[in-house]
Design a protein around this ligand. Sequence first.
Ligand code: 13P
Length: 243
Amino acid sequence: MKKLIAGNWKMNGSLAANEKLIKEILAGLGQAACQIAVGVPSVYLAQCQGLLAGSAVDLGSQDISAHEGGAYTGEIAGAMLKEFGVRYAIVGHSERRQYHGETDEVVATKAQRALGCGITPIVCVGETLAEREAGRTEEVVKRQLAAVIHTNGHCISEIVVAYEPVWAIGTGKTASPEQAQQVHAVLRAQLKAASAHADRIQLLYGGSMNAANAASLLAQPDIDGGLIGGAALKAQDFLTIIA
Ligand code: 13P
């Protein structure tokens, strides 16, 4: 299976910074052996679609509405994202769960909306530090993934899953390769029980992945890529992870 290296720019960037970053990434890319994507703020989708046209880097959004359309002020529908060439939608990022009250059910519906529009949802799961310290890591990630499996049935083989321990996001504290692999194996087993095609589901690790630690994380048998925050904003770091 090909690996997927996806950047999550979060609420960073500007017209000028995006152009510089994408041009530097494309200039340094060469023949990449993996799939590559960048998840950009929605207002910049059109700009980034133009900059990425014809390149090996796919476009992603950081969210998608759980609704198809209509009176939902501020929301962006999957069909709209699709018009701007969006291939991936990050769904259920811990920052959306934490700051926007997204429940497991909302996240599952968002994944369903994405699949319905031909967009691959990158479904994020992960435990907080308190949950890890209470020995509840498995229970939490399995509950989060179970909701997505329940809502999406056999379509589950079309999703991407990102394991992002909340305590590792933006903290510089990475899960060790062994810690990450342990959770990835749990998620893989859960997906296998739900789908005969679970082997082709890419399981990404996210949380302070950087140019220095990416290789050892990506060498784990069930880690099929990375979802990268801070290091995706620096062309050289992102290129090193891709390489
Ligand atoms: P950092 O790589 O900045 O820790 O962010 C990870 C993340 O949340 C990606 O979605």
